[in-house]
Design a protein around this ligand. Structure first.
Ligand SMILES: C[S@@+](CC[C@H](N)C(=O)[O-])C[C@H]1O[C@@H](n2cnc3c(N)ncnc32)[C@H](O)[C@@H]1O
Length: 267
């Protein structure tokens, strides 16, 4: 039986990103028609940034709730250990905020560049009882000066959380080194990220490489083949590293995950 289930699983696994690409094509075409036919703003049809932002917002409305359900068993226990000054990179609409334990959080910085999501993000901040301690910062993590202006400086953060975001940040390795520098000695980084297949599955990696040709354009800037767990592990010296695959994953999945908690070395 096992010998049948295994190849079937792998075919279904490839089918999921394939369906996502098809959805991306349909949404992309709809975004274009929307500005041309519904809004009648033909100039916007050539504005890639606008199209890109519409594309991401539409995709996240569709796939966000599915990701929330699927990743809950991994995200929930990790978010629950966030404490002190917490820096959440790319919280999106804040669907994961309910997993935080508000009594352990002194200050929560939400760094979210997509302002179209901020209204729902604020609602979810309130729902999670975090409004007194939260500051939403409308920029990307690469906007170092803006973060510094908000007091997010080297060795100032107790917990960094990244949930499904390192796939989208620019220069991910450099970004991870920068984020590492923001952690206090003994500070922790918790993450759940979809990642590159394991080295021992070269075919899976090759297929991811094929998807990657169109993935960032159609999926609102996401990359399917980043080794995000590795980037975090290599960002600097850690005194504790717990990194594993997602629940019931083997390492060959197209959208498999790195899940973990790392603690920065004390000087
Ligand atoms: C796939 S969503 C994940 C949202 C949320 N973390 C969750 O798990 O529900 C990725 C989020 O990262 C944000 N993002 C993309 N590029 C970013 C960057 N350079 N800096 C910070 N956030 C970014 C997007 O706007 C989006 O809200």
């Amino acid at each position: 039986m096992m010998c049948l289930v295994y190849p079937l699983n792998r075919i279904i696994d490839i089918f999921v990103p394939f369906l996502m690409v098809l959805t991306g094509i349909v949404f992309g075409a709809y975004n274009l028609l929307e500005v041309l036919v519904i809004e009648r703003r033909p100039r916007l049809a050539f504005n890639f940034r606008h199209w890109h932002s519409q594309q991401f917002t539409r995709l996240w409305k569709t796939f966000g709730p599915l990701a929330f359900k699927a990743l809950r068993p991994s995200v929930s226990p990790l978010a629950a250990v966030a404490n002190g000054v917490v820096l959440d990179i790319g919280p999106g609409d804040g669907q994961n905020l309910i997993h935080y334990k508000s009594e352990n959080i002194m200050k929560l910085y939400l760094v979210e560049p997509c302002v179209g999501l901020h209204m729902r993000l604020r609602e979810n901040v309130e729902k999670a009882g975090l409004d007194d301690v939260t500051m939403i910062i409308a920029c990307g993590v690469q906007n170092v000066e803006v973060l510094y202006d908000h007091g997010i400086t080297p060795a100032s953060v107790d917990t960094i959380t990244t949930f499904s975001v390192l796939c989208s940040v620019p220069a991910p390795e450099e970004t991870c080194r920068f984020l590492y520098s923001l952690l206090k000695p003994g500070g922790q980084w918790v993450l759940v990220e979809h990642v590159l297949a394991d080295m021992k599955f070269p075919l899976a990696r090759w297929i991811q490489g094929m998807f990657e040709v169109v993935w960032p354009t159609l999926m609102g800037g996401c990359n399917i083949n980043r080794d995000s767990g590795g980037y975090v592990r290599e960002a600097g010296p850690w005194m504790m590293v717990e990194l594993r695959r997602g629940q019931n994953e083997f390492g060959w999945e197209m959208l498999g995950h790195a899940v973990g908690r790392l603690v920065k070395q004390r000087c």
